[in-house]
Design a protein around this ligand. Sequence first.
Ligand SMILES: CC(C)(COP(=O)(O)OP(=O)(O)OC[C@H]1O[C@@H](n2cnc3c(N)ncnc32)[C@H](O)[C@@H]1OP(=O)(O)O)[C@@H](O)C(=O)NCCC(=O)NCCS
Length: 265
Amino acid sequence: MCLSQAVEREWCDGDVSCAVVRIEPLHERWDLVEACAELLNAQWQRSMGARIHSLRQSSHSYPVCLLLLKGERRSQDEKVIGHARLSRVLGSRSLFVESVVVSSMLRGKGYGRILMEAVERYAKGRGCTRLCLTTHDKQHFYAHLGFVLSKPVQSVGTLASFMPMEVLHKFCRSTENEEEEKKCDVKLFNNPAPSTPSVLPPPPPPPPPPPPLSCPPPPPPPPISAPPPPPSCPPSSWAPVSQTLEQTPYTDNRGLPIFWMHKDI
Ligand SMILES: CC(C)(COP(=O)(O)OP(=O)(O)OC[C@H]1O[C@@H](n2cnc3c(N)ncnc32)[C@H](O)[C@@H]1OP(=O)(O)O)[C@@H](O)C(=O)NCCC(=O)NCCS
């Protein structure tokens, strides 16, 4: 089924003009790649070449760039008014959502909700059960749409476009049921799973959980006579990770606070 038919909808916003809004994957609309790059660059400045190169990776086998489009299909009026990018999350039936943006002129009119609801439908339609994302400052928006705070996940991003999933999985063993994972068609694009022997060797022990991202390195040991200082960041194996919509223990690779969220769909 054509995705655009699945989510196409009309509504009037009190204006005489009625807008037709729909979602289409960018890789089915390469004619809109520049418009999409402009939309993204208006929010997150980057060279057009690099932006288009990154957008060109959109494919059915992920990452998928979804476009929110307004106006008659393939007409002069057709506009890219929103974008979201979906990638696989290793070892799960989850998708990682990023680069969510609505055209600045159209914010606050419900398009962000429409975009995220369409993302949900798309993910469900592909057999996925969870959306994950990070945000620096839109945690209240996502919470309003049903997302909750969560722990970091490992997204595949563009890695999967040049590395087979089998190799990626060797770097990250799932704690979730692998059979469940196979149901999600995000895992089915590459080579089929090898046939399973009837008696399996014991699974390797799971890797230790990653340390909290904002943890500073441990301080140097104190002089023998001084009492030990309280740990500034408890060992990750037992550290309770407390987070609220106002405060997060996580940081991004630039050291900026970042909120991890997910929504079961
Ligand atoms: C975030 C963004 C996509 C939201 O799109 P939008 O079109 O403005 O959002 P909507 O008008 O659809 O809002 C949807 C709902 O969320 C609510 N909402 C929007 N922003 C909110 C916020 N910051 N806090 C709490 N609620 C918020 C709205 O009130 C609305 O509620 P309702 O549907 O119950 O009436 C848009 O503001 C944007 O593109 N921002 C710049 C890019 C960006 O920061 N992206 C996020 C990267 S993580």
